[in-house]
Design a protein around this ligand. Structure first.
Ligand code: 7TS
Length: 422
């Protein structure tokens, strides 16, 4: 949610019924009720345009890339490389060579940690993270810290319910010259906090640290401009932005990628192999050993086109409206504890009801046809810090409607009644 007055409710030019009709999975009945899918931070549904692109690829072009001189292989290669170029435009990267295809955000961060971290970190160096990181921007750094002797430090969250987001004063204190990497999320998948990524990258640069932005929760919701953000690396997953599973992107500044060693070896990433040593290609091929996920890269291309047809600013305005409606209505419920700020919030609301376990809430909601998520959301250290075993999370996307938020709130009211609330 942006701060200031509530954004007017913005309809995309074709209207919501048309957007919803693009997504076949939405039109089904669950527990005798129309499906209300509010688990979009875990994964979003796919529009017909993406599903049809995948089918067409497998029906017509299916082939391996880069290795064949026959027609189908050339078509597959062209499609795969067109997807890379499209991803570079989607992020406003300086060149297609700055885009490495991975399995998703997790693999992208592991790539940076292993390749850049393995080559550059020494005992005593500091990897600075934040307390709101998803396990995938935390465990890879723990592993490389153990291997290299680097130390981990954390920027704390501010406020009992993290309502003030990151403690930005602490960032200045913690960004010492020992820090070599500053890795942080753009939007927290549990708190909904939107971090000031451009400021954080500028601060990292001032002490000579590289910046790594986890854009898993933002890439499908707003315009991402890596040059304006000024990051060294940025990671996202296709499946959280209307694209297929199993495909993601690592953006890396070209000079950094070109100086990094490969992290996996195999076909496709070499120029010459001898029995005892090999030479590798420049980036990005250097980081894409083996047969890549051609079909899903092409599917991701279709997803990026779809999002840009709707307009990412319109998607962001829609997120604002839904998140604000959910926050305001849920905050009226007795005994509720909503995490994160009211303003400047991503497309999700996560909360706890006194001692009702989130799994009970999610199971009850499922009986109303509502898909929610309950648990630690791969944020165990954050949950520990907040003193919560779990939260219930509702997360929104471009096809959700204000009426669905109302269905959620009614369902939560019934749950509270059942558990002896008001
Ligand atoms: N970073 C953030 C902020 C995330 O929310 C997630 C996934 C990841 C990284 C990892 O993405 P992956 O595609 O590589 O798995 N978050 C969630 C979630 O909140 N519920 O399920 C997955």
């Amino acid at each position: 949610m942006s701060s200031g007055p509530v954004a007017p409710y913005q309809l995309p030019s074709r209207g919501w019924p048309a957007v919803r009709s693009d997504f076949p999975t939405l039109h089904q009945v669950v527990s005798g009720k129309p499906l209300v899918y509010l688990d979009n931070a875990a994964t979003t549904h796919k529009p017909r345009a993406v599903i049809d692109t995948l089918t067409a690829y497998y029906e017509r072009d299916n082939s391996n890339v880069h290795r064949g001189l026959h027609a189908l292989s050339m078509r597959a290669t062209d499609g795969y490389e067109a997807a890379r170029l499209r991803a570079s435009q989607f992020l406003n990267a300086a060149a297609a060579e700055e885009i490495v295809f991975t399995r998703g955000t997790t693999e992208s961060i592991n790539l940076v940690a292993n390749s850049w971290g393995g080559a550059n970190l020494k005992p005593g160096d500091v990897i600075l993270l934040t307390e709101m990181e998803h396990h995938s921007n935390l465990v890879p750094w723990q592993l490389i810290a153990q291997r290299t002797g680097a130390k981990l430090r954390y920027v704390p969250i501010a406020g009992e319910n993290a309502e003030y987001g990151l403690d930005l004063d602490a960032v200045d204190r913690l960004l010492t010259s020992e820090v070599k990497v500053f890795a942080f999320t753009h939007i927290s998948n549990t708190l909904g906090v939107i971090n000031p990524v451009a400021d954080l990258c500028a601060k990292a640069r001032r002490v000579g640290a590289i910046s790594v932005v986890d854009a898993a929760q933002s890439s499908g919701h707003e315009r991402i401009d890596v040059q304006a953000i000024g990051c060294d690396f940025l990671a996202f997953s296709g499946h959280k932005m209307a694209g297929p599973t199993g495909i993601g992107v690592l953006y890396g500044r070209r000079a950094l990628l070109d100086a990094m060693p490969p992290w996996q070896g195999g076909g496709g990433m070499i120029t010459q192999v001898d029995f005892f040593e090999s030479k590798w290609k420049p980036s990005p091929e250097r980081f894409e050993a083996g047969t890549p996920n051609v079909a899903d890269a092409i599917g991701l291309h279709a997803a990026m086109d779809y999002l840009d047809k709707l307009g990412r600013p319109a998607i962001g305005a829609h997120d604002d409206t839904l998140a604000r409606r959910a926050y305001d209505a849920l905050s009226m419920l007795p005994g509720i504890r909503i995490l994160g700020p009211r303003e400047n919030r991503g497309a999700l609301v996560s909360f706890a009801f006194r001692d009702v376990h989130a799994h009970d809430v999610v199971t009850f909601a499922d009986q109303d046809g509502i898909a929610l998520r309950g648990g630690h959301h791969c944020n165990q250290p954050l949950m520990k810090k907040l003193g919560l075993p779990s939260t219930t999370r509702a997360s929104f996307y471009v096809y959700n409607t204000p009426e669905e938020i109302d269905v959620l709130v009614s369902s939560m009211r019934r749950i509270l009644k059942f558990f002896g609330g008001s």
